[in-house]
Design a protein around this ligand. Structure first.
Ligand SMILES: [Zn+2]
Length: 362
């Protein structure tokens, strides 16, 4: 079952990619399809719309109030147009992710016309600690998929929703704080379980949704325990460096572009650290790591890329370090990320702080 994941442009490719890392950690019947094109452009239509006409001021998507908002109709029209233009079959899902709020202020909603469309709001999750916005979003996506089979129209939808919080996926939460409760329980009440039994014939879908709920729960618990254990997750490096996983966070995949991945693996192998200007002396090793990650890449091209990377004064390595740091912060939040990214002072060795006891090579 294919699920096409669209995003509106204010989300940006980095956040979109880090959400996909989490979604692609669990393989199965539900397959999330990445959109390579640019994000969809939306225009604010109401509510917290603070931008004056003609003003170039960017919307503040980090504020939990006054978020610019759009109508449900607009959001679902984006999904419908995408379906039409790309000839998407009616059995496939189209999900639009957006930082915009919506007219009814829901966190997510299915297309009540019956088509397999939905939107999920990716902003305003400030009550969750940093880096955690992905968990409620993943939870919203997968439970909405399941709910689609449980309720075929608005009437049935009203029927399955619990007005009081009982820790079930179908609790109706008025605020984002309430959602934390059901994310932590990762539960489905017996009435809803029964309904799933009757209405969802493909049990693989049910199993995969539950695996996602468990993954989110594992992450939430890990994060909240980290505040007092201060123990980072182990890293597992496998498939010749092609795959990096956070072992204690449900084996969540961590993606980096090949060159940044090569830089990260290089520093991981040098616990003592390396002064950035001295990287020119390590070109052979860097080339080997990078070539391993890109076996089909021409040797000359590999040589040039690494030369450009390590050449002092070009900013190549600084740029790479910045991207690696951003990717970790997006994946695990700023406090945990400190253990994994490469940092240091000018003219002193740059290094990864993580105790190598927590790194497993397979
Ligand atoms: Zn329930």
């Amino acid at each position: 079952m294919r699920v096409h994941l669209l995003y509106s442009e204010e989300i940006g490719l980095e956040r979109y990619d880090s959400l996909l890392d989490l979604l692609q950690t669990i393989k199965g019947t539900i397959q999330f399809v990445k959109q390579r094109d640019q994000g969809v452009e939306l225009r604010a239509e109401g509510l917290g719309f603070m931008e004056r006409k003609g003003s170039k001021k960017r919307h503040d998507f980090h504020s939990s109030t006054d978020l610019p908002s759009v109508s449900w109709e607009t959001l679902f029209n984006v999904c419908r147009t995408f379906r039409q233009q790309n000839d998407i079959g009616e059995n496939e899902f189209v999900v639009l992710l957006t930082d915009y709020a919506n007219e009814l202020n829901w966190f997510s909603a299915p297309d009540l016309s019956g088509a397999r469309n939905m939107f999920v709001q990716t902003s305003g999750w400030g009550v969750f600690a940093h880096g955690e916005w992905r968990f409620p979003v993943v939870y919203q996506i997968v439970t909405n998929l399941l709910r689609h089979f449980m309720a075929r129209n608005l009437e049935e939808m009203e029927d399955i929703v619990h007005p009081e919080s009982i820790g079930c996926m179908n609790d109706f939460n008025r605020d984002k704080r309430g959602i934390q409760y059901k994310l932590r329980t990762a539960d489905i009440c017996s009435a809803c379980a029964q309904r799933i039994n009757v209405h969802v014939s493909d049990k693989n879908i049910v199993r995969q949704v539950i695996a996602y709920m468990d993954l989110v729960r594992t992450h939430m618990l890990f994060r909240s325990r980290f505040t007092f254990t201060k123990q980072p997750s182990s890293l597992c490096i496998s498939r010749n460096g092609q795959e990096i996983k956070f072992t204690d966070m449900g084996d969540t995949l961590f993606e980096l572009a090949p060159l940044n991945r090569a830089v990260f693996l290089f520093f991981l192998k040098h616990p003592e650290g390396v002064v950035l200007n001295d990287l020119v002396d390590h070109q052979v090793e860097l080339r080997r790591i990078y070539q391993n990650l890109n076996p089909n890449k021409d040797q000359e091209a590999v040589r040039t890329t690494i030369e450009n990377l390590v050449q002092p004064g070009t900013g190549g390595i600084t740029e790479s370090l910045t991207r690696i740091k951003r990717a970790f912060v997006l994946a695990v939040g700023a406090d945990i990320a400190e253990y994994y990214y490469i940092s240091g002072r000018r003219n002193e060795p740059y290094r990864i702080g993580l105790d190598r006891e927590w790194v497993h090579w397979e």
